[in-house]
Design a protein around this ligand. Structure first.
Ligand code: CP
Length: 305
């Protein structure tokens, strides 16, 4: 593929190549001079139709480390408010000789739709509740860094699976890499198709945590739905929130992950998020190297081409 629209389109070999390329770029960005000239002939537009802190800044930094020319577009300050369509907006950006689009959009499938109508490479930086492929790749990279390999590791994804693009991309990525994957959360936040993805489903957080090596704690995606009934935020926090007392009661030291942004005190308490078992900020650090790898491989058209 010329694009990275979702983990669904990648083979295990594609993912391994991205992770190995990211190993190289992680070494590069820890040098005194953090830049390489690899993409100096490439222009990239970051177009964000939905808010972001980590993904936007991480892509932008990755592009700068690769010496790409970049432009940033925030829908909120653009002519989208005057009625311009997505295709017109992007074609106008491409008319300025842009080679690659990194797009975040609130609607599932926005990147797939765009790929059928424009002539440029597209990287999906999160499309609604569908996929967030670079998040899954940086999560896999972080687990591999922690344990040496992803294969055979037991990973539980806890929380709002129904509205989470991070959950879907992580499930697809981790399973392709040979991990055992469990999801844990209330039935009201679990998609009906979940068992078709080949994951274990557990509704009891204590059982899930006692099973796993790694717990990836998700935020409730309140921007995608309105919580009125079960679980309320308070009930959710009592039943599915991870606190230090629960963490310390487990038989083994598990690794704690979170894609961010954290709602401290809801899905995870501060003492857990900031504990030595947490690799949350390592995930963010690894995101730059992983995104460098993705854009480098796409731009060189090999082998994702
Ligand atoms: N993990 C993640 O996608 O964070 P942002 O929404 O801040 O980009």
């Amino acid at each position: 593929t010329r694009h990275l629209l979702g983990i669904k389109d990648l083979t295990e070999n594609d993912i391994q190549l991205i992770l190995e390329t990211a190993d190289y770029f992680k070494e590069v960005i820890n040098r005194p001079i953090k830049k390489v000239p690899s993409l100096r002939d490439i222009t990239i537009a970051n177009i964000f139709f939905e808010n972001s802190t980590r993904t936007k800044l991480s892509f932008e930094l990755a592009q700068k480390r690769l010496s790409a020319d970049i432009i940033n577009f925030a829908a909120s300050s653009s002519s989208v408010s005057k009625g311009e369509t997505l295709i017109d907006t992007v074609n106008n950006i491409l008319a300025m000789k842009v080679d690659m689009i990194v797009m975040r959009h609130p609607y599932a499938g926005a990147g797939i739709f765009l790929s059928k109508h424009i002539n440029a490479q597209i990287v999906n930086a999160g499309d609604g509740a569908h996929e967030h492929p670079t998040q899954a790749l940086l999560d896999a990279f972080s687990i591999r860094q922690q344990y040496g390999d992803v294969a055979g590791k037991k990973i539980v994804i806890v929380g709002d699976i129904l509205h989470s693009r991070v959950a879907l991309s992580n499930i697809l990525c981790l399973k392709k890499l040979g991990a055992e994957v469990m999801v844990c959360g209330p039935t009201t936040l679990m998609p009906r198709y979940i068992k078709d993805l080949g994951v274990k489903v557990e509704h009891n957080l204590v059982k899930a945590l006692n099973w796993c090596d790694v717990a990836n704690m998700l935020r409730i995606q309140l921007e995608r739905f309105d919580i009125k009934y079960f679980p309320s935020i308070r009930e959710y926090s009592m039943m599915y929130g991870l606190n230090k007392q629960l963490l310390d009661s487990l038989d083994k030291e598990i690794t704690i992950m979170h894609p961010g942004p954290i709602n401290r005190g809801v899905e995870i308490t501060s003492d857990v998020a900031d504990s030595k078992q947490s690799i949350i900020l390592e995930q963010v650090e690894n995101g730059v190297a992983v995104r460098m790898a993705v854009m480098y491989l796409l731009a060189s058209q090999n082998p994702l081409a």
